[in-house]
Design a protein around this ligand. Structure first.
Ligand code: HEC
Ligand code: HEC
Length: 220
């Protein structure tokens, strides 16, 4: 009820303040979002858990990701700032209202566990933990924690949660930054970090974050 009223106020304010012909977007509604997400579940799964595919294309977990981060990624796919042949047609199907709605929907789903850390050796996980929490100053690698927060739970809409994300997906993204195939954050922060990482480092940090579980109240 109060959400409806707020939504209505948003519409009025939006209509009053907008100078262009941009349609006002109401705050995200998880129920509408679930309906708009009907096509997404083929890959991202009904519980938003996605899937770890070690030698293929992994589908990222969307459950429990920050809503603002999800919105940004969908706009980036639409604008071609982030490229992926499987994902782009689905981003293009959504209007601005559906983007905030699906973001509201997936962000309130419970964070699921991730694949990709199960078979990692103790040594690999130790290296992963070092990169995540302390970085590697000899190689000018800042700790992941300094942006992605303690435990990799994410900080606001700019720094996504990466703990309990699929290892093969994390590693694909780091390689994409390293090879200049993903560069959709304003200062290409991730690009400069990934370029300093060896393939072994990428494997290690991906396995470590994949094996971290996040409690329900943990992520923003
Ligand atoms: C055919 C499979 C497929 C379908 C269907 C699909 N996606 Fe995706 N999605 C992907 C893949 C693959 C990626 C990872 C792309 C990459 O590697 O850059 C992705 C990435 C994303 C991301 C970025 C996540 C992150 O952590 O950065 C979001 C958000 C997303 N999808 C939302 C959606 C929504 C919403 C729908 C439905 C409207 C949808 N997807 C449908 C395959 C799919
Ligand atoms: C200086 C800040 C900063 C540091 C340090 C940093 N990141 Fe990031 N990271 C970002 C930003 C910003 C984004 C979001 C990019 C975007 O908007 O698409 C991001 C996104 C990511 C993503 C994509 C998540 C998804 O769902 O698609 C992964 C994976 C990731 N970082 C891994 C790491 C790892 C591993 C480390 C440590 C080796 C690290 N990051 C260190 C700023 C940082």
């Amino acid at each position: 009820m109060s959400k409806r009223i707020l939504g209505g106020l948003g519409l009025l304010l939006g209509a009053g303040l907008s100078t262009g012909n941009v349609l006002a977007v109401e705050p995200g509604d998880p129920e509408r979002g679930q309906a708009a997400a009907a096509t997404c579940v083929a890959c991202h799964q009904a519980d938003g858990s996605g899937m770890n595919v070690p030698d293929g294309e992994s589908w990222p977990r969307l459950a429990g990701l920050n809503a603002g981060y999800i919105e940004k990624q969908l706009h980036d796919f639409q604008a071609g700032r982030r490229q992926n042949a499987s994902m782009m047609p689905f981003a293009n199907m959504l209007n601005d209202q559906q983007i905030v709605d699906v973001a509201a929907y997936f962000s309130q789903l419970e964070i699921t566990s991730a694949g990709g850390g199960e078979d990692a050796s103790e040594a690999l996980l130790t290296r992963g933990e070092q990169l995540a929490n302390r970085g590697d100053w000899d190689n000018y690698i800042v700790s992941c924690k300094s942006c992605h927060g303690p435990g990799g739970k994410g900080v606001g809409s700019d720094f996504p949660g990466i703990a309990s994300q699929h290892g093969a997906y994390i590693s694909t993204q780091l390689h994409a930054w390293k090879d200049d195939e993903r560069a959709n954050d304003p200062q290409n922060l991730m690009g400069s970090i990934a370029k300093r990482m060896s393939d072994d480092d990428i494997e290690a940090v991906s396995a470590w974050y994949a094996s971290q579980t996040v409690s329900a109240e943990g992520e923003e």
